[in-house]
Design a protein around this ligand. Structure first.
Ligand code: NAD
Length: 484
């Protein structure tokens, strides 16, 4: 068991252990239960120091007067350093949330590409000259908020952190990054390479700690002018309530219960592969996991047969084992919660078609594993079909026709994403337009592009990250008039 001092946090360009007022966070490997290390947690004193440093850094000439090409050069450098240290980043994520190695490596690449993309956006976005209406010129320019807090979850820390930090810096803000208490290490590495890249001290601060502690303190602090949050819907609601008191803008990327829809004219092999990938990749711990399968009655049995075969043949293993397709759940507590939800559904009459328990493999007995699980015999109104499970659990729900499908698929408080499989493009288009979701995939699933805005309808969120407008999220417009 490691006995070294807790990893320090980053405030004002210095790695510091902080005051020690908060108990350190334990970073645990969910594949084995072993302690990786401890991480120093920020408390009230560190929040105060970091907000002070970020406020000063946001206003200092060294950052405020940098031209977009100069900020872009820094973002490019961060992207390069992230790729140079890709193995370190990937390893931290694998050891903290248990994602399989290949997925961790792909996520570092994606995070580095996000920094590169926002370097380009930063350098090319223009201010606008608005149409003439009199003897004056009017322009719209876009200015940073100043100090922005970025609060992230544990499922894909590197991509989520890049998705917030890169555009917020491109926009000219100073950032206070609060990573999940489960996965603080990748954020600390990001802080390290940002300093190496030459970001001025205080422009990026990294404050590990709990949501109720440092997270809530950042949201409430008068010096924080905007919050960008990704996480659960209930946490998002609490943040929005606190932000309302300060009249502070928030961007909220929240939970989902995404419908994955298969019509009877779809290519069933392709659909089965995508449906399985859409729910079992990352052990189902994805906000856009397709967790409700709507399958047209005529092909129900054929598709279920293919999915059961896939669920049973997926290689659930240690995340660095060769060929591993699914690792553990990110924490033991979360694994137990998933198991309880499946158990409760069975008590209410759900039929277990595959999985529903931990693997019987002795090598995996010390980890938080749970098998790919398929559930049938429930209605869309059942708790298991309505609540976000955030695990490898798919509910299979038959439908009759398009009207029946839309009524059921849209019957959810969430509206993050959806998938439609059909050979009839007119129908697929009609359904895509009628679905209440921020992202709809037709004959593909979980295809994500940094250039395409992303966010939720209904209780899945507020605002859109990514794309050109992803930088504007971190800026406020100012009109300037010049008399002629
Ligand atoms: P969570 O809401 O428990 O925590 C997310 C982050 O918020 C953590 O850093 C946590 O410490 C912090 N936090 C919690 N309460 C807070 C508060 N009151 N004030 C300030 N900060 C607070 O979520 P999680 O369990 O880490 O992540 C899983 C959830 O995230 C799922 O619901 C999932 O759907 C969602 N998610 C959404 C997206 C998306 O883009 N829409 C992406 C990934 C995950």
């Amino acid at each position: 068991m490691p006995t070294s001092a807790p990893k320090p946090m980053l405030i004002d360009g210095q790695f510091t252990p902080g005051s020690g007022a908060e108990p350190p966070l334990a970073s645990v490997n969910p594949a084995t239960g072993a302690l990786n290390h401890h991480v120093a947690a920020a408390g009230a004193a560190e929040v105060e120091a970091a907000v002070h440093a970020a406020t000063r850094a946001a206003q200092a000439k060294a950052w405020r007067t940098l031209l977009p090409p100069q900020r872009a050069a820094l973002l490019h450098r961060i992207s390069e350093l992230m790729q140079r240290d890709a193995d370190t980043f990937a390893r931290h994520q694998m050891l903290e949330n248990g994602k399989v190695w290949g997925e961790c490596v792909a996520q570092v690449k994606s995070a580095a590409a996000t920094f590169r993309y926002y370097a380009g956006v930063c350098e090319t976005m223009t201010s606008e000259l608005t149409p003439e209406r009199g003897a004056y010129l009017s322009m719209t320019v876009h200015e940073p908020y100043g100090v922005v807090a970025a609060i992230t979850p544990w499922n894909s820390p590197m991509t989520m952190e890049a998705q917030k930090v890169a555009p917020a810096l491109a926009a000219g803000n100073a950032v206070l990054l609060k990573p999940s208490e489960v996965t603080p290490s990748a954020a600390l590495e990001l802080g390290r390479i940002a300093l190496e890249a030459g970001l001025p001290p205080g422009v990026l601060n990294v404050l590990p700690g709990t949501g109720a502690g440092v997270g809530a303190a950042l949201v409430a602090h008068p010096g924080v002018r905007m919050v960008s949050f990704t996480g659960g819907t209930e946490s998002g609601r609490r943040i929005a309530e606190a932000a309302a008191r300060k009249l502070m803008p928030v961007a909220l990327e929240l939970g989902g219960k995404s419908p994955h829809i298969v019509f009877d004219d779809a290519n069933l092999d392709e659909a089965a592969e995508a449906v399985a990938g859409g729910i079992f990749e990352g052990s189902g711990q994805s906000c856009v996991a397709g967790s409700r399968l709507f399958v047209q009655r005529r092909v129900h049995d054929a598709l279920v047969e293919k999915l059961v075969a896939r669920a049973r043949s997926l290689k659930v293993d240690l995340p660095d084992a060769p060929g591993a397709q699914m690792g553990p759940i990110a924490t033991f507590a979360h694994r137990d919660r998933i198991a309880q939800m499946v158990q409760a559904a069975r008590h209410e009459g759900a039929e277990l078609l595959a999985g529903g328990h931990a693997p019987a493999d002795d090598r995996l007995a010390g980890g938080a594993f749970y098998l790919p699980t398929l559930i049938g015999g429930v209605s869309n109104r059942a708790a298991i079909a309505q609540q976000e499970i955030f695990g490898p659990v798919l509910c299979v729900l038959p439908f009759e026709d398009e009207d029946d499908l839309l009524a059921q698929a849209n019957d959810s408080v969430y509206g993050l994403a959806a998938g439609v499989w059909s050979a009839d493009f007119r129908r697929a288009w009609r359904v895509a337009r009628a679905l209440e979701a921020g992202t709809v995939w037709i004959n593909t699933y979980k295809q994500l592009s940094i250039a395409t805005p992303f966010g939720g309808f209904k209780h899945s969120g507020l605002g859109r990250e990514k794309g050109l407008s992803g930088m504007r999220l971190y800026q406020q417009a100012k009109g300037i008039y010049v008399g002629l």
